[in-house]
Design a protein around this ligand. Structure first.
Ligand SMILES: Nc1nc2c(ncn2[C@@H]2O[C@H](COP(=O)(O)OP(=O)(O)O)[C@@H](O)[C@H]2O)c(=O)[nH]1
Ligand SMILES: [Mg+2]
Length: 252
């Protein structure tokens, strides 16, 4: 089979037990969205060692797609580890990663296609632009922690102006995947800013695109997640300043 235009990588952890909109609805929406569109795509779901029936649930809709890959790992390693695995398994010219619960609906891609066609390399969803549509907000404390965390991230990793590094809806070109993703080490939640920091250092333009966000009201990320993210932030910074990444600026 020819390589698809777009790969859709979905990390999944205990998604079978999520209340409300979840992976089943999200997969239906993906299928419906591409119906009638002349765009080749594949789906890559990575089960991150779920303790519930996520594996069975994913298997139940595999047959609905002509190009579906399932990495069914037994051990929990982290969201961004799963994203890394999925992005490297994927074959698309462009590769999207998005959350299993579909908090950012797949139709949001409507805002992305133009940038893909223009040959951009790093196009990321943002919940903090003027045109972003937050239909259901995250709990207030999460939003506040998110905004404070964002300032710290912008400042620490020289990502000034990027208002939302953590939105789980990002498209990378094949070139960026090949150069950056094998180097990722922040495998829990820090991988998002690790990717962006490397991309910036290599001279890639980072394009922020407004997204719609409908918070599922249920999160698998708790306070431990925030502490982990902070730790990963300083680890990424450390690897940066001690020259542990290969990030030659190829745009100069
Ligand atoms: N909490 C958690 N989520 C994971 C893990 N691995 C993958 N994920 C996925 O990460 C995504 C974001 O999780 P979610 O609970 O929606 O978090 P939130 O919406 O950012 O608060 C979902 O697709 C999860 O299935 C993991 O180890 N822990
Ligand atoms: Mg969510």
């Amino acid at each position: 089979m020819e390589n698809p235009y777009l790969s859709i990588v979905i990390p999944a952890y205990n998604e079978a037990s999520r209340q409300g909109k979840g992976i089943r609805e999200h997969m239906k929406e993906i299928k419906a969205y591409f119906e009638g569109k002349n765009i080749s795509y594949e789906v890559v779901v990575v089960n991150d060692g779920s303790k519930d029936d996520t594996s069975e649930v994913v298997k139940s809709f595999m047959a609905d797609f002509s190009d579906f890959n399932f990495i069914d790992r037994k051990e929990n390693k982290g969201k961004l580890f799963s994203v890394q695995e999925g992005l490297l398994k994927a074959k698309g010219k462009f590769r999207l990663f998005t959350d299993a619960d579909g908090a950012t609906p797949i139709e949001t891609l409507d805002n992305f296609w133009g940038h893909l066609e223009a040959g951009e390399h790093v196009i990321i969803g943002s919940r903090d632009l003027q045109q972003s549509k937050i239909e259901k907000h995250q709990p207030k404390v999460k939003e506040l922690l998110g905004n404070m965390g964002n300032l710290l991230i912008q400042f620490t990793l020289d990502l000034r102006g990027i208002e939302d590094t953590q939105c789980g809806f990002k498209v990378l070109s094949q070139e960026v995947v090949e150069k950056i993703i094998p180097q990722m080490k922040a495998i829990r939640w820090g991988g998002d800013f690790e990717i962006l920091a490397l991309a910036k250092k290599m001279g890639y333009k980072i394009i922020e695109v407004p997204v719609t966000w409908i918070d599922s009201g249920q999160s698998t990320v708790g306070i431990k997640g925030y502490i982990q993210t902070l730790k990963e932030l300083f680890q990424v910074k450390w690897r940066m300043v001690t020259g542990q990444y290969q990030c030659r600026n190829n745009k100069q």
